[in-house]
Write a protein that binds this ligand. Structure first.
Ligand code: FCB
Length: 474
């Protein structure tokens, strides 16, 4: 095992960045401090032990789809290094680990026969985590639909929703006695809009109308899976979903801009939130996108709004918008009717080009609590890509990521002081990994991965996080 850097190294940081900073107090005992990953981004071993392809295995094979034609075939080789990676989590003092289960590893054809070896991998992972006192949080869908289901229509057909609930049942029967936290879907907005409308994620389609249908079936699959999990799992089990949020801000005070804020919010935040918590789609969504609503069957919205134990919040940045002037709006029928401001003077950006805006995390958490009142909230992803440099030694100095984490943890503490029922925080990500269309060019890890040797090196941000967690009350 090649783990370098030890948590006590934090003593070489400036005092304000060490674990005994002001941040140490104020978090409830039992708060879940963790990190997150997803199957296709870290596992590799795409053809091993009976796993069948997912839509991502197909998508990465398309010329031009992925930066430099890279794939997740090897990724961070986690499938073969699971024990080593859990040992790293223990060194980082993680109390929780959010991972995703690859549907085509468990059910290669999406439905039907269970692949015992696939399921056994996740069982070993869960047992290894528990043996180290790390709480497992399992995500059932982080974008890797079995290709066999895509051949039968994928998320564009209703049957896939039932297939997902059946898959949830298979996993729950095996792991439900040990996994207490379940997340049905990760970021349905991305699987839907990036996959079906913008074509930059699998399955790579370019049709907004199809995105609406896919999104509806994904929501339905969530509701059906939630009901299935509830029927199988012990009462104290926590079932939720992870949505990606971009709080929307106005670039000026013009009425067109204030209207644009509402429009962008419906599109980016409320599309999935409202059906889940209010059993309705936001009225303006379909008009703004210039599409027709999905075909609803009698109980769909009630199923989708099956009560949840928690809402997972993935937060990276905000959206700043400016409304089109009435003249230019009239002159063009183009949607949306606003401009997203990509560069804010004096703001800092991550390597993804995302503005660093920790206030947005506080804002979204307090807003969700106020307007949607989920029983509990969990930050299921937050983190930053920066260009890291490893010089072959035992350290990676990523002070920008470290600072990013501190600012966002401070935002959590402000949200907590406003009575937000926040239960945990997962850094994206444990390891550098396959960042979808941008492949390995973006590094998000607390741990650096040297892809040519698969050596892992804990970055300064990881050392800081370890000492910060250690300073918390249990
Ligand atoms: C989120 C995804 C995650 C990762 C981060 C950077 O949208 O859920 O897999 O790619 O962004």
């Amino acid at each position: 095992m090649s783990i370098t850097g030890r948590p006590q190294d934090h003593r070489s940081f400036p005092a304000s960045l060490a674990g005994d900073s002001d941040l140490a107090g104020g978090f409830p005992p039992g708060f879940l401090w963790g990190a997150a990953t997803s199957a296709y981004q870290i596992e590799g071993a795409v053809r091993e032990d009976g796993r069948a392809p997912s839509i991502w295995d197909r998508f990465v094979a398309r010329p031009g789809a992925i930066l430099q034609g890279q794939t997740g075939e090897v990724a961070a080789d986690h499938y073969h290094r699971m024990e080593e990676d859990v040992a790293l989590m223990a060194l980082l003092n993680l109390r929780a680990y959010r991972f995703s289960i690859s549907w085509p590893r468990v059910l290669p054809q999406g439905t039907g026969p269970v692949n015992e070896r696939g399921l056994a991998f996740y069982e070993r992972l869960v047992d290894t985590l528990l043996a180290r006192g790390i709480e497992p949080l399992a995500t059932l869908y982080h974008w890797d639909l079995p290709a066999a289901l895509e051949d039968r229509g994928g998320w564009l057909v209703r049957d896939t929703a039932q297939a997902f609930a059946d898959y949830a049942g298979v996993v729950a029967r095996r792991l439900g006695d040990r996994v207490r936290w379940w997340i049905t879907h990760n970021e349905p907005w991305c699987s839907t809009y990036l996959g079906y409308a913008l074509g930059i994620h699998a399955p790579g389609l370019h049709d907004k109308q199809l995105a609406i249908h896919a999104g509806h079936h994904i929501l339905l699959s969530h509701g059906l899976a939630t009901q299935c999990l509830r029927s199988l799992l012990p009462r104290e089990t926590q079932v939720g979903i992870a949505l990606d949020f971009y709080p929307v801000y106005a670039a000026d005070e013009r009425p067109e801009t204030l209207a644009a804020v509402q429009e962008a919010d419906v599109f980016r935040n409320r599309w999935f939130l409202d059906p889940l918590f209010r059993a309705e789609y936001p009225e303006a969504l379909f008009r703004a996108l210039d599409v027709t609503p999905p075909t609803l069957q009698a109980n769909d919205l009630a199923v989708i709004a099956t009560p949840l134990d928690f809402l997972g919040v993935n937060y990276y940045s905000r959206m700043l918008v400016r409304g089109a002037s009435p003249e230019s709006a009239a002159a063009s029928s183009r949607k949306p009717s606003y401009e997203v401001i990509e560069r804010v003077p004096e703001a800092s950006y991550t390597d993804m080009g995302w503005e660093i805006f920790p206030e947005g995390l506080e804002a979204i958490l307090t807003r969700l609590h106020r307007e949607y009142a989920p029983k509990a909230l969990l930050v299921t992803e937050n983190g930053a890509a920066f260009e890291d440099h490893w010089h072959g030694g035992t350290s990676v100095h990523d002070w920008q990521r470290l600072h990013y984490l501190q600012l966002h943890i401070e935002a959590l503490s402000r949200a907590l002081s406003q009575q937000v029922p926040l239960k945990g925080y997962m850094v994206w990500s444990l390891l550098d990994n396959f960042e979808w269309a941008l492949s390995y060019s973006k590094r998000f890890g607390l741990v650096y991965v040297d892809y040519s040797t698969q050596r892992r090196i804990i970055k300064d941000s990881g050392l800081w996080y370890a000492s910060f967690i250690a300073a918390q009350r249990r």
